[in-house]
Design a protein. Structure first.
Length: 276
């Protein structure tokens, strides 16, 4: 038998940039407890079953599998979300999309569309903050739609509608006050696709043509037909794509085009408004 503190000291994750955090998250999950429990009771004896689960989790993490996929969950905004390998892992940088959307529109009723919703992170975060908004969340991957719907049901957010659509394909003549998306934006052949957690995430949710902008171009081109006058389009993109995305929006007739920086100081999102 061993204690919590000993297991954490012995945990080896040499290739993880967040080794201690990873070990704590994995041990807490193996025990069915919170991370604070580990710090409060470091000398608690760990059962052999929990120790074996922790060992298995560590082995998977040493193989590069993301902690979120091992545990099947990830925090985003103020929500705990179920995640799975057929969707991207929600990341803190993407919360900038949520912050910006909440600041752009008042808390009065509005129609909002989340394109490529994945786990539903963006749509569900917005819906949780704005009960009067009606949020539509779409994805072309059936498993992602099912996952987002499970998250919606568990969070009991009745102002969200989740269904299958490849961008606007199932939206016909519907119009919205805000369209938001974290689409694929990595260039095919980018060396980063073979590094870190990205290796385990679905390529279809990451890669968008030779320059990484194919899906962003498609969304911008089609958005004018699905925005109400004065409506906003907000897009996440790679740190070095802001200038190109601003130009695409301006060329498509959007006004008030600007980019905003994430916590790392990188231009992470760009937005524009359809003229009234």
């Amino acid at each position: 038998m061993t204690i919590i503190a000993s297991l954490l000291r012995a945990a080896e994750l040499p290739d993880s940039p967040t080794a201690r955090l990873d070990a704590e998250l994995l041990l807490a999950a193996a025990l069915g407890k919170s991370r604070s429990y580990l710090h409060t009771w470091p000398e608690k004896i760990v059962s052999s079953e929990a120790a074996l689960r922790f060992s298995d989790y560590l082995q998977r993490r040493r193989g590069g599998e993301p902690v979120a996929y091992i545990l099947g969950q990830q925090g985003f905004w103020k929500l705990d979300l179920e995640v799975a390998p057929h969707t991207l892992i929600p990341r803190p940088d993407t919360e900038l999309l949520v912050e910006t959307a909440l600041a752009l529109l008042p808390a009065s009723p509005a129609r909002v569309l989340d394109l490529g919703t994945g786990s539903g992170a963006i749509a569900l975060a917005l819906a949780s903050e704005r009960p009067t908004w009606h949020v539509t969340a779409v994805d072309r991957v059936l498993e992602a739609v099912a996952l987002a719907e499970r998250n919606r049901q568990r969070l009991q957010l009745d102002n969200v509608n989740v269904f299958t659509s490849h961008w606007f394909s199932a939206l016909a003549d519907q119009r919205f006050d805000l369209i938001i998306s974290n689409p694929p934006y990595i260039a095919a052949g980018d060396v980063h696709l073979a590094e870190g957690d990205v290796r385990f995430e679905p390529e279809s949710a990451l890669v968008a043509g030779a320059d990484g902008l194919d899906d962003i171009r498609e969304i911008i081109t089609a958005s004018a037909q699905h925005l109400n006058a004065g409506g906003w389009l907000i897009l996440e993109h790679r740190y070095d794509q802001a200038a190109a995305v601003r130009q695409l929006l301006q060329d498509a007739g959007f006004a008030a085009v600007e980019s905003r920086k994430d916590l790392g100081g990188h231009e992470r999102i760009t937005l524009g408004r359809l003229p009234c």
